[in-house]
Design a protein around this ligand. Structure first.
Ligand code: ADP
Ligand code: NI
Length: 219
């Protein structure tokens, strides 16, 4: 079927993405994409952004991600191939690539500010799924998938200044909270994103408090 309307295109892309991410075991499965898309749509309505661009970008945002796919320009290649196959024009493909290229986190001191409102919304939605109860679950799923320790009190966190060192860090999962998850609340791009991040942030703080008490046999 050749997609003729925006709705057709979204349905087709959703189907393809569902197939690609179905069995992913490091916290980036289809349901992560689903949650990000739903959150992004609800922020987009509040922020009066372009709903079609937000939904399409959210659906493809992890296609070609450096953690999941090999190859230098995997994101650009895989997203443009998919959209070309579904008869999208270059103007739309470039808009989507522009939105998704700044979504991913690259280290505590590395700037990744999206240029468009739609980019800000997809980044906020992706980051909201990295914090709170779901964020905690995903972090340990990722750690287990990559054979990382839960915690090692002798190995302290690093605030990375460049993407290379962030990407190559193989530390334990508790460090990831200090290197990324606890920093996200203050890096939210939209007012709606900031509001949603507060409760999820508090939940992670209380999780860590309990974690350390149990670690030392204090409760
Ligand atoms: P981003 O591109 O911003 O990293 P993703 O949608 O790809 O966003 O998901 C990132 C998620 O992957 C994190 O929220 C976390 O759950 C997991 N993750 C990435 N790196 C690590 C790590 N070193 N330790 C634990 N979890 C990690
Ligand atoms: Ni994601």
């Amino acid at each position: 079927m050749i997609p003729v309307t925006q709705l057709d295109l979204l349905n087709k892309v959703r189907e393809e993405i569902q197939t690609i991410f179905k069995g992913e075991g490091s916290g980036h499965d289809w349901w992560h994409i689903y949650r990000v898309t739903e959150t992004a749509k609800s922020i987009a309505k509040k922020e009066k952004a372009d709903l079609f661009l937000v939904e399409l970008s959210a659906l493809v945002h992890d296609l070609g991600d450096h953690k999941l796919f090999k190859g230098e320009n995997a994101q650009e290649v895989l997203i443009s191939n998919l959209l070309k196959k579904l008869n999208c024009d270059n103007f739309l493909i470039n808009k989507i690539l522009e939105i998704v290229k700044t979504v991913s986190y690259k280290g505590a001191n590395v700037s990744t500010t999206p240029t468009s409102l739609e980019g800000k919304i997809v980044q906020d939605a992706d980051r909201l799924d990295a914090i709170g109860a779901i964020g905690i679950a995903r972090a340990f799923a990722f750690g287990g998938h990559h054979n990382r320790l839960l915690y090692d009190p002798t190995d302290k966190p690093t605030l990375h200044n460049n993407f290379e060192s962030y990407k190559n860090d193989k530390g334990h999962t508790i460090n990831h909270f200090y290197e990324k998850l606890l920093l996200l609340k203050d890096k939210m791009q939209t007012e709606s994103g900031k509001a949603l991040a507060i409760e999820r942030h508090l939940f992670m703080e209380s999780f860590l408090k309990q974690f350390y008490l149990e670690w030392e046999g204090k409760i």
